[in-house]
Ligand binder design. Structure first.
Ligand code: MG
Length: 227
């Protein structure tokens, strides 16, 4: 897919769903983002012990669920029965960790575009990439907009090999000196940079090189306008 086919004209992506008013990375957060008029949602994908992609930010369950320990050591049947809402507010009690399949279905039904961040654990890169591509090829409508993003260049390469038509974004906290080479080698269409590393010069260079430029995480209206 070419750069031109992605539409970031709304310029705002709901990070982990509407995470300031609902528990991040849940179906409630996705629905709330759509209610607020977001056109894009960003969510994080990890693998269960039995290789099913689920939506959760951290590698462990402790912060955002009533479970404990690493996500990738629990079967999907266990993960999806955990409470991923009560930590945020009592009215979200029983809100579950969604599978990627459930999240993709809601996101596409609500007419949102998806920025899916891939967070494979060490040694899981290939199965992670295969599982993500398998679910998306089955569940994501061909016409709906999707981008796969990651800090992990190995998984970006793996999904690129498996599904070259799905656009990819390189995530960076600090701008590597060889970002141009990385973008070319990984055939990414978007450079997604930590706001702390953003300069006007960088934005100009990235755009002149023919890529999209996205920045995370901007939660203040004034800063968003400036960006
Ligand atoms: Mg993320």
């Amino acid at each position: 897919m070419s750069k031109g086919s992605l539409d970031f004209s709304s310029r705002i992506i709901a990070h982990r769903g509407a995470k300031l008013v609902s528990p991040e990375n849940t179906l409630a957060a996705i629905a709330k983002a759509a209610d607020f008029g977001a056109k894009w949602v960003e969510i994080d994908a990890a693998l269960s012990a039995d290789g099913v992609p689920v939506i959760i930010h951290d590698a462990t369950l402790d912060r955002t669920t009533n479970g404990r320990g690493p996500v990738d050591q629990q079967y999907v049947e266990v993960l999806t029965k955990l409470d991923a809402g009560s930590w945020f507010a009592p009215e979200f009690a029983g809100e579950a960790i969604p599978t990627l399949e459930q999240a993709a279905e809601l996101i596409s039904t609500r007419g949102l575009s998806l920025n899916l961040e891939l967070k494979p654990q060490a040694g899981q890169v290939r199965p992670h990439a295969e599982a993500i591509v398998e679910v998306l090829s089955r569940c994501w409508p061909e016409v709906a907009t999707l981008i796969l993003s990651s800090f992990n260049t190995t998984v970006l390469k793996a999904v690129g090999d498996l599904a070259p038509a799905i656009p990819r974004a390189l995530l960076c906290d600090e701008v590597p000196d060889n970002w141009r080479d990385m973008m070319t080698e990984l055939k990414c269409v978007s450079f997604n940079c930590n706001r702390k590393s953003v300069t006007a010069e960088l934005v100009r260079d990235v755009k002149e090189a023919g890529y999209w430029f996205l920045s995370f995480t901007v939660n203040e209206v004034g800063t968003a306008r400036k960006f």
